[in-house]
Design a protein around this ligand. Structure first.
Ligand SMILES: [Zn+2]
Length: 141
């Protein structure tokens, strides 16, 4: 199947990972709307939150909430947690994912125009690696 998130889960496409367990992976958005824009992605393919089983959706939002707490601890002034279900809702990749977008002030951008730079990605991964073990109970990446 030609799904970019399935390829990332299988290790066939690159992504910056900040968390992984048996059912989920958390990666950096390739075109971040803000510094630290994350995507919570189930390893199984579901089209969106409507298609996914309720337990998968619930677990996804639990992970998203922990990531929001982590960014708040790291100084974010606000955080958006959002999922787009359906083209009409702005869904672009049709594999269920939840956006976690920390806000640092300034204008509210929803879609980044530029691909993330490696230096920025490394900074995000490094910052999160210091606080995520507290929320997930074990270090990953
Ligand atoms: Zn997929």
């Amino acid at each position: 199947m030609d799904c970019i998130f399935c390829k990332i889960v299988r290790g066939e496409a690159p992504a910056w990972k900040v968390y992984e367990d048996d059912k989920f992976v958390v990666i950096l958005d390739k075109y971040p709307a803000s510094f630290g824009h994350l995507l919570v992605v189930p390893k199984s393919h579901y089209v969106n939150v409507v298609d996914a089983p309720l337990d998968v959706a619930t677990r996804g939002f639990e992970i998203a909430a922990k990531l929001a707490k982590a960014w708040a601890e790291l100084g974010a002034k606000g955080v958006n947690i959002v999922t787009n279900a359906g083209r009409e809702a702005g869904q672009v990749v049709f594999h269920f994912h939840i956006h976690v977008i920390p806000r640092w002030g300034g204008s509210l951008v929803w879609h980044g125009r530029d691909e993330i730079k490696e230096s920025e990605a490394r900074e995000v991964v490094e910052k999160l690696s210091k606080v995520l073990p507290k929320y997930f109970g074990r270090p990953i990446y």
